[in-house]
Write a new protein. Sequence first.
Length: 169
Amino acid sequence: MTLAEKIRYLREVEGSLRGLNRPLTQLEVVSAIRNKQGKSISQSYISQIENGTRRHMTQATRSLLAKFFNVHPGFLVDDPEGYHTELTSDLRTVEGKLDVWLLHGAERFAGDAELSEVLIKAARQKDTRKSLLLLGLILDTPGLADRLLEALQPHRERDGHGSRRGGRP
């Protein structure tokens, strides 16, 4: 997992822990650090870390973020290729990678609020892998996805191709 993925994931977790049902924004992290620790970090610095233009942090910044997110400062670095600890099961490693992948997708498709929300919901599932496998089985069964969508959301207008008007399924 890269440093950028870790920071995005930690913002998601912190937002959930605070009952927000969304990730903390970068500005909320900055404000909370200032209020809690009396020290400052800029939103643009966090943005540079998350978009990969700043691949490393100063020790002072790493300490501020580690203390805020309640993680060891050593966690806030890129993991070496193929890295995992013996205490982490292979399934949990897969779960974590799936969750980060889904959260990254939610950010990437933030302009499509419905899709972004669904990706976040999937990442929050206790067993993300099982949820995605279930989706695969639904999609493998001809017509089942359309029937389920119609039964669960009958108010949606449908075009002749099974898609919502506006081009998205």
